[in-house]
Design a binder for this molecule. Structure first.
Ligand SMILES: [Zn+2]
Ligand SMILES: [Zn+2]
Length: 343
């Protein structure tokens, strides 16, 4: 009789495969939290043949799925669960015990294969089915349990998690942008900031927004530069469609929180609302405002381009409201706990 996987393990393979291929249909945050929880439970069991099977399976599964935790979900508690389980397995693994011939360890595993391997390794029946499906001989199957192999897998996952945790929740240094955006006389080069935002393929949007937020919060700008800095900050938020992590969002939110939302005016319209909501149109509006001779083209009609209209508190309030909504949307989209997003 052909060995088969238990039904709940077949479901686990399909849920995790969806996640690692970036097309999840099961909720990723709760699915991965459950996986890390099950791994931690397996860690607590006494050493038996079954717990060693589970150690292999869960180490591989945590490795296969850790890229998603690093890149798609901004949750400190999920990071902690992953790191805790992997550290626990790693402590049991003796790299020096490996006696495999060179090249015997499973290598260059794509995440979907790893998911199937990892779930299959959890049970004897799963292992038999996996070996049959992939035509593995005894030595090839046994290599998955090698402590040298598993230690390397755990170390790689822990390294990735550590690096990503710093990027998502740590402090981001953007001081290198001073050299690009501050002129010799201390004035800010708003056009250079806009050019950087426009080069979106260089992943500039977040760093420029963060740099602008810090200038805003420390007040390091001249009065006439305020609206330009604010618009760079605002565009960084509005144009980061996938959401930026808490390491960015904290300062962006703090800067937006300085704007008074309870304001009114008599103006029928403000300049920003006359530009199309495209990256190009917004760019043209801002660079024209700061360098009209170099950039004579602007989407803002002359009757709405008075400096007083640009600097009207109501326009600031409208933009801040939109930005605060975007920031709240990032939290919903990326998950994590409320306090993960706070300073
Ligand atoms: Zn080995
Ligand atoms: Zn107004």
């Amino acid at each position: 009789m052909t060995p088969t996987l238990p039904a709940d393990h077949r479901e686990l393979i399909s849920d995790l495969s969806g996640i690692v291929s970036d097309y999840p249909y099961a909720d990723p945050e709760s699915t991965l939290a459950a996986l890390a929880h099950d791994a931690a439970e397996a860690l607590c069991r006494e050493a038996t043949a079954e717990s060693r099977r589970e150690r292999t399976g869960y180490t591989i599964l945590l490795h296969a799925t850790c890229w998603y935790v690093c890149a798609r979900i901004f949750s400190k508690s999920l990071f902690a669960s992953y790191t805790g389980a992997l550290d626990g397995f790693r402590a049991q693994l003796d790299r020096a015990s490996c006696t495999c011939p060179a090249g015997a360890h499973p290598a260059e595993l794509d995440p979907e294969y790893e998911v199937e391997a990892g779930v299959s390794m959890l049970t004897e029946a799963g292992r038999a089915a996996f070996a049959e499906d992939y035509g593995l001989d005894r030595a090839e199957s046994a290599a998955f349990d090698c402590e040298g192999f598993l230690a390397a897998v755990a170390d790689e996952a822990l390294g990735r998690l550590h690096e990503a945790h710093q990027k998502l929740f740590g402090g981001i240094d953007v001081s290198h942008l001073d050299a690009q955006f501050v002129r010799d006389d201390g004035r800010l080069d708003i056009v250079a900031m806009q050019d950087a935002i426009r080069r979106s393929w260089e992943d500039n949007t977040g760093p420029v927004a963060l740099w602008s937020a810090r200038r805003w919060l420390t007040g390091q700008m001249r009065d006439e530069e305020r609206i330009g800095v604010f618009l760079c900050l605002w565009m960084g938020i509005a144009q980061s469609y996938g959401g930026l992590p808490p390491s960015y969002a904290r300062d962006l939110a703090a800067a937006m929180a300085t704007i008074d939302l309870d304001v009114s005016c008599e103006h029928p319209q403000h300049p920003w609302s006359t530009a199309d909501s495209t990256v190009q149109s917004r760019y043209r509006a801002v660079v024209h405002l700061y360098a009209p001779d170099d950039h004579p083209d602007t989407p803002v009609p002359a009757e709405f381009s008075a400096r007083e209209l640009w600097e009207c508190p109501v326009q600031y309030a409208q933009l801040a409201r939109e930005a605060l909504e975007d920031l709240a949307g990032w939290r919903t989209m990326r998950g994590g706990d409320e306090e993960d997003w706070e300073a």
